[in-house]
Design a protein around this ligand. Structure first.
Ligand code: HEM
Length: 328
């Protein structure tokens, strides 16, 4: 019969397994330095190549990351494909417009990383770093992304409703969605500066520019010439639902503060963009960031660093998927 271990040894074993657990769950900037030394290089090469071939990738990935994080944390549950038994997050109505380029850049990075260091890098870390590097590539600020996230094991379309902001929501509801996740009004305004890049489909703002019940025939928050140009650009949108318009018409591909400068001039695209300028709670921050790009970049960087840590899983609370679109 095995002899009983002395109690001090038990305590020591317990202490060391606790330490191992804590170490495993601790995030760090150089998390993959030993386990996957090529991580940064592979990420850089993958996103640079993809962004050069498809310049819409940066905006697409930023929105994908935002939609992933807001729902149950940054666990890459948005990347999971539906099965006959489970309608996944990405197939919820609001996520159907998430562009394929964003999913594709993550798949490319994961494939390259699995070849170099199998079963080591989580899809959630790939998505967080790809977003940061793409934002930087189009002119935005650099911020720290702490690594060591694990991937979630649940992805359900039914969890999405009410948890992601929509352009038609009153500002109080949008503020509430962020507040529930501990983001302040100022952080919400800073994050919304993401609309300095990318585009929106006509259906997202069609009710603001057509058949408006009052004269003129568009929401009066819009600059009249801008509204008429939008009416023209979207004239065919019911037949052609892919028609879309840049979110920031002044510098659509550059990450800068022109998005905020557009808002007082009635050049915002979505009702929620106009709302940021028209609501007394959010307007001071719009004015601040319109005046001072440095302040915007600092605030955006800090808020993105916070968003990228929101609700993340570490240690045994998640897994490292071998493919980003399916559970292990
Ligand atoms: C504050 C409330 C927000 C609302 C109501 C909102 C809504 C929308 C809508 C309706 C679109 C157009 C999607 C399409 O037609 O394909 C869009 C695009 C976009 N959103 Fe937001 N959004 C909000 C905040 C944010 C935040 C916080 C981020 C990121 C941190 C973000 C990033 C983006 C990006 C980058 C695009 C362009 C996507 C592309 O070009 O593919 N949005 N947003």
């Amino acid at each position: 019969m095995a002899e009983k271990l002395p109690s001090y040894l038990c305590i020591l074993i317990f202490f060391f397994s606790l330490l191992a657990c804590v170490a495993e769950s601790r995030l760090s900037i150089n998390y993959y330095a030993k386990s996957c030394p090529g991580f940064n290089k592979i990420m850089q090469e993958t996103i640079t190549n993809k962004q050069i071939i498809s310049p819409t990738t940066a905006a697409a990935t930023l929105r994908l990351f935002f939609h992933d994080c807001l729902l149950n944390g940054c666990d890459s549950s948005i990347l999971i494909s539906s099965t006959p038994f489970n309608k996944a997050e990405r197939d919820a109505d609001i996520n159907l417009s998430l562009p394929g380029d964003a999913f594709d850049v993550i798949t490319r990075a994961k494939t390259a990383l699995e070849l170099e260091c199998p079963n080591t890098v989580s899809c959630s870390d790939i998505l967080a770093v790809a977003t940061r590097d793409l934002v930087k590539m189009v002119g935005g600020p650099y911020y720290n992304v702490y690594l060591g996230r694990k991937d979630g094991r649940v992805s359900k379309a039914s969890y999405v409703d009410g948890n992601l902001p929509k352009p038609t929501m009153p500002m109080s509801e949008i503020i509430e969605i962020f507040a529930k996740r501990n983001f302040t009004v100022q952080e919400m305004v800073a994050l919304s500066g993401a609309h300095t890049i990318g585009f929106s489909h006509c259906k997202e703002f069609s009710t603001n520019i057509y058949n408006y019940s009052r004269v003129p025939q568009y929401d009066s928050h819009y600059n009249p010439r801008f509204a008429q140009a939008l009416q023209k650009a979207c004239a065919d949108y019911q037949k052609n639902p892919t028609l879309s318009v840049f979110n920031d018409i002044m510098s659509p591909n550059k990450f800068d503060n022109l998005y905020y400068q557009n808002l007082p001039k009635g050049l915002g695209l979505l009702e929620s963009d106009h709302g940021l300028f028209n609501d007394a709670r959010t307007r001071p921050f719009v004015e601040l960031y319109a005046r001072d790009q440095n302040q915007f970049f600092k605030a955006f960087g800090r808020a993105m660093e916070k968003l990228s840590l929101y609700g993340i899983r570490t240690g045994r609370r998640g897994e490292i998927r071998s493919r980003c679109d399916a559970f292990n």
